[in-house]
Design a protein around this ligand. Structure first.
Ligand code: 5GP
Ligand code: ZN
Length: 111
């Protein structure tokens, strides 16, 4: 499958990996939008939040258990988790991913 994140997961495309387990992988965003900006993705290819099912939802729960552990490890006291779902909402890589951003320039609220 021609998917950038599947290729990052397999190691075909290099990345700055932060964490990996059987179910998910975290790596730094190539075009950071904050002092700290990493992505957490399931190892299984799910194209977006729209494709999450009862069967795959535990994967998302796992990712949300991993995120606070990683943030704790990085010493981040506050952070923003973003998901863009669908091209019209700004999703450019069609492999489910959660952005985690942290840094002093995050003061502006989007919602
Ligand atoms: P989206 O716009 O789909 O929510 O986010 C995709 C993110 O993936 C963008 O922030 C973009 O910078 C990042 N990205 C795209 N290609 C690569 C890549 O090859 N390596 C890494 N580390 N990040 C990537
Ligand atoms: Zn993929």
């Amino acid at each position: 499958m021609d998917c950038v994140f599947c290729k990052i997961i397999s190691g075909e495309i290099p990345s700055k990996k932060l964490y990996e387990d059987d179910l998910c992988c975290a790596f730094y965003d190539a075009n950071p939008q904050a002092q700290t900006h990493f992505l957490v993705v399931p190892k299984t290819h799910i194209s977006s939040v729209s494709e999450i099912t009862e069967e795959t939802a535990p994967l998302v729960a796992h990712i949300f258990a991993v995120i606070p552990q990683l943030c704790k490890k990085l010493g981040l006291s506050g952070y923003r988790i973003i998901n863009n779902c669908g091209a019209s909402a700004g999703q450019t890589v069609m492999h489910l991913h959660f952005h985690v951003l942290s840094g002093p320039t995050l003061g502006e609220r989007l919602v």
